[in-house]
Write a protein that binds this ligand. Structure first.
Ligand SMILES: [Zn+2]
Ligand SMILES: [Zn+2]
Length: 614
């Protein structure tokens, strides 16, 4: 999806959110929701459609929405959004961000009880004062305190989707600076961690001062304000590590990529003699330190990361101007490291892809199954768990299928929610039959195979929300938990085991229930669950939503040890989310997963065999 469309969707999403907080009437709020769905389904070029008036013809695109879009194309932001942001108090927005409250309660606390910021809310919870307010018990107060703690911790972290947007923008700037000879994103993002605490880049340039100057000019404050307006949560740490030689560049890249445990086991290699890498490393570090320590100091303290970091870099590097030039000359007489591969050769182990440089690989270096992952999007043939407007999806089946086919998928399994998921507009039996007709029609129109899938709800007792007989109407069943997360460990484990043992279950959906930066995994014996998936030939989902990335990659190592199979699904609720599968691929690559273990990479025939396995 192009950036304009993404930005417009983010603006609409933000407006909807703020209208809700403002207590605006429900029709107005729904109008923005509807427009969001319509625009996310637009496949033609949005700008041309806007210009030729085609956009105005679409359902739900009225005058108000058009003026938001007009603003965006003429100014790059939305006046309506700016007005709303000025109108809705920041304290209220922050209180509403605390899990467990929601707009209605947040508004009540803010206006009726003058709880106007987090610290007041915290004080109300600690003192128990909040229990005097209707609807709040000591238990809710304790829960709120925990949620406030998590919120504070997570405020500066990014999920993979937010980090990707920011990183793409920075990469575009970096590619345009001719003085930069090499650059790469590094750190947690390069290692494909599911949550990114800071964004890091390594640069090789022989003109660090110039580069710092250009960067500070190009990544101007406006850009970052614009981003935060588009629903980036608060302030991010962005680091640029400037190195002055190729060798230093790859050393720095290596040392900022691997996890602590990995680097402890395989530090950057030292070689004896004058031309040694270790010495080079040290001298490089001295130079870097002037720049980097500053980065850290500033990065942590400023609300305007890029500009401030870079300005201080200027100053810091400015004090050292004599050093870099000499250093570059000195480097030329030393052997270069032409690539990261060279470093692994020196260490004497096989090359390990960045994603897998984790503690988990250390004990499995000799295990064939844990060679580098070969997973790539182009190997995916089956789009297997997505929603349509038959439950809580924004698009029609036809729209979802053509968008997925455009990505390169060859066969499909629509998996709308079953009847227990009433909060997600789950399908009644009647709707299931209506959808069957639609599936047949769309399959014929597009001349593709569409399987009748279902995302069944795992009920409290482990049964699914349709009975055995009715489940025979489906070719493919993903069984997932969407409620009652607080069962004790034993009961939760039993509940899931029962669902896995159900002969209709093909995939265990988002197995741990976590929402990154919001909700932890529920308690269960995941080893037992993974063992049961293996024993019952049930594929384990790697839910690729950047909010979930569930199963956790750490557990993927255990599951692969046991010989499980997997299903990597975007769980898309609109066409634009289909590509989220790339985040699932990042997480799966982290676990070393191979195409042969992923049912989405099966040919149509292999997938049919999988469905017929029991
Ligand atoms: Zn689900
Ligand atoms: Zn789903």
């Amino acid at each position: 999806m192009n950036d304009d469309k993404l930005n417009i969707l983010k603006i609409l999403d933000r407006i909807t959110y703020l209208l809700e907080l403002k207590g605006e009437n429900v029709f107005k709020i729904n109008a923005f929701r509807k427009a969001y769905g319509t625009i996310s389904g637009v496949e033609d070029d949005l700008y041309s459609m806007y210009e030729n008036g085609g956009l105005a013809q679409l359902p739900g695109i009225g005058k108000g929405i058009l003026s938001v879009i007009a603003d965006y194309y003429s100014m790059g932001y939305s006046n309506a959004l700016r007005e709303l942001e000025a109108e809705v108090p920041a304290g209220l927005i922050e209180i509403n961000s605390i899990r467990g409250l929601g707009p209605k309660k947040a508004v009540m606390l803010y206006y009726d009880y003058e709880i106007t910021d987090l610290s007041i809310l915290e004080a109300y919870c600690v003192s128990g004062e909040i229990t005097k307010i209707k609807g709040f018990t000591q238990a809710t107060a304790d829960k709120l305190l925990e949620n406030i703690r998590v919120y504070k911790l997570n405020k500066t972290q990014l999920r993979l989707d937010g980090a990707s947007v920011l990183i793409n923008q920075i990469e575009e700037v970096l590619s345009g600076i001719s003085e930069i000879q090499l650059f790469s994103v590094t750190g947690a993002f390069r290692r494909a961690m599911e949550v990114i605490p800071k964004i890091e880049f390594v640069l090789f340039t022989e003109e660090p001062l110039r580069v710092a100057g250009i960067l500070s000019e190009k990544l101007n404050i406006q850009d970052f304000e614009f981003d935060s307006e588009l629903h980036f949560q608060g302030v991010y740490n962005i680091f640029f590590y400037l190195t002055l030689s190729r060798t230093d560049y790859f050393k720095r890249l290596y040392e900022t990529t691997g996890s602590k445990e990995f680097l402890l086991k395989f530090p950057f290699p030292a070689v004896d003699g004058d031309n040694n890498y270790a010495n080079q490393g040290k001298s490089a570090l001295t130079t870097n330190r002037a720049v980097n320590d500053d980065n850290i100091a500033t990065g942590g303290n400023t609300t305007l990361p890029a500009n401030k970091v870079l300005n201080d870099n200027n100053t810091a590097a400015g004090g050292n101007t004599a050093l870099p030039a000499n250093k570059v000359d000195a480097e030329k007489t030393k052997p270069e490291i032409p690539s990261e591969k060279e470093i692994f050769d020196k260490i004497g182990i096989r090359y390990i892809i960045p994603e897998m440089r984790e503690e988990q690989i250390l004990s499995r270096l000799e295990d064939e199954r844990f060679l580098n992952s070969d997973l790539v999007l182009s190997a995916f043939k089956g789009s297997l768990h997505f929603h349509t407007n038959y439950s809580d999806g924004a698009n029609t089946l036809s729209e979802m299928v053509s968008a997925a086919a455009a990505i390169g998928y060859e066969y499909f399994a629509v998996c709308d929610h079953g009847k227990a998921a009433f909060q997600a507009g789950g399908m009644s039996e009647t709707r299931v039959f209506q959808q069957k007709e639609e599936i047949d029609k769309v399959a014929e129109e597009h001349n593709v195979k569409i399987f009748r899938g279902l995302e069944a709800d795992i009920l409290r007792d482990g049964s699914l929300d349709f009975g055995d007989d009715f489940l025979n109407n489906f070719d493919f069943v993903v069984a997932s938990i969407h409620s009652r997360y607080a069962l004790d460990k034993e009961e939760m484990t039993k509940r899931i085991l029962k669902a896995v043992e159900n002969p209709h279950t093909d995939v265990l959906g988002h197995p741990s229930g976590r929402i990154l930066l919001e909700r932890p995994e529920f308690e269960a014996d995941f080893k037992k669950i993974i063992d049961a998936c293996r024993a019952n030939d049930v594929a384990i989902e790697i839910n690729a939503s950047p909010y979930r990335l569930d199963l956790d990659w750490r557990r993927v190592y255990y599951a692969r040890d046991k010989g499980c199979i997997f299903s990597i699904n975007p769980d898309a609720h609109s066409t634009s989310q289909l590509l989220n599968v790339k985040y699932g691929i990042m997480a799966a690559r982290k676990g070393g997963m191979k195409c042969s273990e992923v049912i989405n990479c099966f040919t149509l025939e292999e997938f049919n065999n999988f469905l017929g396995r029991k």
